[in-house]
Ligand binder design. Structure first.
Ligand SMILES: Cc1cc2nc3c(=O)[nH]c(=O)nc-3n(C[C@H](O)[C@H](O)[C@H](O)COP(=O)(O)OP(=O)(O)OC[C@H]3O[C@@H](n4cnc5c(N)ncnc54)[C@H](O)[C@@H]3O)c2cc1C
Length: 354
């Protein structure tokens, strides 16, 4: 998202921009997403939910998101929900295909299937927006250190190229390099079309056991369940079981019951509770074996409020800007909308580049 947004804003400001896209289609993970672009309604909630984030960057997202959403609408981006449906957040849900098409039209020159080895020229401003490093098994192992391989729940091209280019040019890393946003998915193979419908977003209603039969998660699971997903990644083989009774199966998350979400999981990920290799509650009805899918990394390049990449001593790296999941330090310690950060800082990066 951030790259298309930056290019569209640059054109609007009368500048020429070229989007170099590594993939064979535009839109990145935005195109695959649920496309809810949101912020916390209350500033204090943002700070409380993402306590490790850089307060100055968070403030920019929080203050500038509403105008940025209005800008998307002014470009013709199709809105499918006028509200998020979550009382703690405000924002809109866009149609991801429609939003991508609108941004591609507004962005102008787009070159698909560019090589990741093409280093940007140093004498022209560059906005790094390659979408994080979740697609690189090596970088994920180095920074996040999961106890087993994390399957990718995102576009397949975001493999840390922005991070690598930034570090080569003298950038520094943000806090939270070991954090990620993702969803617990059924422990079976899944495709892009399964990313949203197969997400098992009901861990807060389940009893959660690791492979050794231990209930490893302490305290209350957050509404986004990102804390549970990250904790699952650190269990033996990065796997867990959600064990559900009738009351849990009847709970609702937005327009779906937990039973609906369980039904969406392939049968090979489900078991009768009595067949588990450890004892669970007598009233349990079903067990679902889950494993985290990684959607995007939370740590990344350090930037300032103008989207300028920061090097040692907080000095700006000349000509280098960054936006989207290549940037770290915004939702650190929790979860906040990746699309919101990409939208706000994509626009700001364009303004700074001029
Ligand atoms: C299933 C799913 C559901 C989601 N739902 C939501 C949601 O409802 N709300 C929300 O806020 N977020 C959601 N997200 C997350 C959201 O999609 C991301 O936070 C957002 O897309 C990040 O924007 P970005 O511009 O950094 O990355 P992307 O949108 O992924 O764009 C990065 C682009 O960079 C390209 N690229 C990578 N390497 C290179 C290179 N070397 N050279 C050139 N191009 C390169 C990629 O191909 C990609 O097109 C969801 C994601 C997924 C997968």
């Amino acid at each position: 998202m951030a790259g298309l947004v930056a290019a569209a804003r640059l054109r609007e400001l009368g500048r020429k921009a070229v989007v170099l896209e590594k993939g064979d289609r535009p839109g990145g993970s935005m195109l695959l997403s649920s496309c809810v672009v949101w912020r916390f309604r209350e500033w204090d909630d943002f700070r409380a939910e993402c306590p490790g984030g850089d307060e100055r960057l968070q403030r920019v997202v929080w203050e500038r998101l509403d105008e940025a959403i209005a800008w998307l609408e002014s470009l013709g981006a199709p809105v499918v929900w006028q509200e998020t449906g979550n009382p703690r957040t405000v924002g809109k849900r866009f149609d991801p295909r429609g939003l991508t098409d609108v941004l591609v039209r507004a962005a102008g020159e787009l070159r698909l299937s560019t090589s990741h080895n093409v280093l940007p020229r140093e004498d022209e401003p560059v906005v790094l927006c390659t979408g994080g490093f979740q697609g690189s098994a090596e970088l994920v192992a180095e920074h996040i250190r999961p106890a087993g391989r994390l399957r990718l729940r995102a576009n397949r091209w975001s493999a840390g190229d922005g991070l690598r280019i930034g570090l080569t040019r003298g950038a520094t890393r943000s806090a939270g390099m070991d954090e990620f946003y993702g969803r617990n998915m059924p422990d079976t193979d899944f495709s892009e079309a399964d990313f949203v419908p197969q997400a098992q977003l009901y861990g807060r209603f389940a009893r959660v056991f690791n492979e050794d039969g231990e209930e490893f998660f302490e305290g209350r699971v957050s509404w986004s369940e990102n804390d549970l997903v990250q904790a699952t990644a650190r269990q033996p083989s990065a796997r867990a079981w959600y064990v559900l009774d009738d009351a849990a199966l009847a709970e609702r998350v937005r327009d779906r019951t937990v039973a609906d979400m369980v039904a969406a999981a392939p049968s090979s990920a489900k078991l009768e509770p009595e067949r588990l290799p450890f004892c669970v509650q007598a009233e349990a009805r079903i067990a679902v074996r889950i494993a985290p899918g990684i959607t995007h990394t939370i740590g990344g390049l350090r930037i300032d409020e103008r989207a300028c990449v920061l090097g040692e001593g907080g000095r700006r790296v000349e000509g280098l800007l960054a936006a989207g999941a290549d940037v770290g330090g915004i939702s650190t310690g929790g979860y906040a909308s990746g699309l919101a950060a990409a939208l706000v800082f994509g626009r700001i990066a364009a303004e700074s580049a001029t």
